[in-house]
Design a protein around this ligand. Structure first.
Ligand code: ADP
Ligand code: MG
Length: 344
């Protein structure tokens, strides 16, 4: 009798919800999809759907490769022509434009020319000496900005031919948000989609919230963990993964659109928000803003939850971030912003 009960217990367990995981290669990175579900078949179908969506986005939103919509738009802008694009791309660009303006253009996805000049329009890390100073100066003088784009329904025109759109700082967060919504529509209500540490979640991990780790930008392992609730996204802009190295100097892939040179004072910026695209754009903008200016930019962008690790390893926190993260390593100096209100 006892055996019978135990067997039923195990069988019941097998049928109950548990973790299922699949990894896709999309956007040039690994996308980890994890779900807590009792329906592996539904999960399988949902992940296949997601793979198709990400392949479409990768093709259409790539800034320099192939013949997708963004490449065609950039060519038209270069010629001074107006062009009609899909409503999906318009929606994406209107968001990017809004966040660029809110960030005082520290997040500036119109600086594709500058990004190409630094060699980051390549799947391989660039090498050799940094670009010529005069080249950078002339790209800065051309002053490309999202404000120069006008939208007439789905027709886009730029008043400045130097605008070259690159959504590398924004599209990932936007796409992760879309992925979570698509999974929900496919019946998967408890999930994490994770692209190299950038992630969005839905639902819960059984009777607990999902808990995730944020990688230390300057040391091994996880710097902090945080419980993440339904619909939230955690996006980190890091200067430690993609860079150009020449004669022992590292040139990071996040550029200050005001100077044309890589950001130096920030190792990583992490933002939590319900809006993945906003969190991604803000993480980039806050990396550019740095320890002295990040609070103003956070307020302008409506971001409450920020963790910034500066080049010295000091950690800058907004009060709401302080209230929810748990450090996993000893941190010498933690500076909580007195200028942002907790829970505001
Ligand atoms: P990560 O790739 O580490 O998540 P980001 O989200 O900040 O970092 O994206 C960096 C990419 O965004 C760069 O590779 C480049 O293509 C582009 N980029 C660099 N600087 C800026 C900037 N100031 N504004 C907008 N896009 C940028
Ligand atoms: Mg970003």
């Amino acid at each position: 009798m006892l055996i019978f009960v135990v067997l039923i217990g195990i069988a019941g367990c097998e049928r109950g919800p548990r973790d299922h995981q699949q990894t896709l290669l999309v956007f040039g990175t690994l996308l980890d999809v994890k779900a807590y579900t009792d329906n592996p078949v539904e999960f399988d179908t949902a992940v296949k759907g997601l793979e198709r969506t990400f392949q479409d986005m990768h093709r259409e939103w790539h800034a320099w490769k192939g013949d997708g919509e963004l490449v065609r738009l950039n060519r038209a802008i270069g010629r001074g022509d107006a062009i009609t694009v899909s409503p999906e791309l318009v929606e994406l660009l209107l968001r990017a434009k809004q966040y660029a303006e809110q960030s005082g253009h520290l997040f500036n996805p119109a600086i594709g020319g500058l990004i190409a000049e630094w060699g980051f329009h390549s799947d391989e890390p660039p090498g050799g000496p940094p670009p010529d100073g005069n080249r950078i100066a002339s790209l800065i003088e051309a002053a490309p900005s999202m404000a120069q784009l006008t939208f007439e329904q789905n027709r886009i025109l730029s008043s400045n031919r130097a605008v070259a759109l690159d959504l590398g700082a924004f599209a990932k967060g936007y796409a992760l948000n879309m992925a979570i919504r698509q999974l929900k529509r496919s019946g998967i209500a408890h999930a994490i989609v994770n692209a190299g540490g950038d992630l969005c979640v839905s639902g819960r991990h059984g009777d607990r919230p999902w808990t995730i780790g944020i990688r230390h930008p300057l040391a091994e392992g996880v710097i902090a963990s945080v419980k993440v609730s339904d619909g939230e996204c955690v996006l980190t802009s890091g200067n430690y993964e993609r860079y150009r190295e020449y004669e022992g100097i590292r040139y990071a892939h996040i550029l200050d659109p005001r100077t044309g040179y890589p950001v130096e004072h920030v190792a990583s910026a992490t933002v939590i928000s319900m809006d993945g695209g906003l969190a991604d754009a803000a993480a980039t903008a806050l990396s550019v803003a740095g320890p002295g200016q990040w609070e103003n930019i956070a307020v302008q962008m409506g971001i409450n939850e920020v963790m910034l690790v500066d080049e010295n390893g000091d950690v800058h926190l907004s009060p709401s971030m302080r209230d929810r993260i748990e450090f996993q390593q000893h941190i010498d100096r933690v500076i909580v912003s007195p200028r942002l209100n907790a829970g505001s």
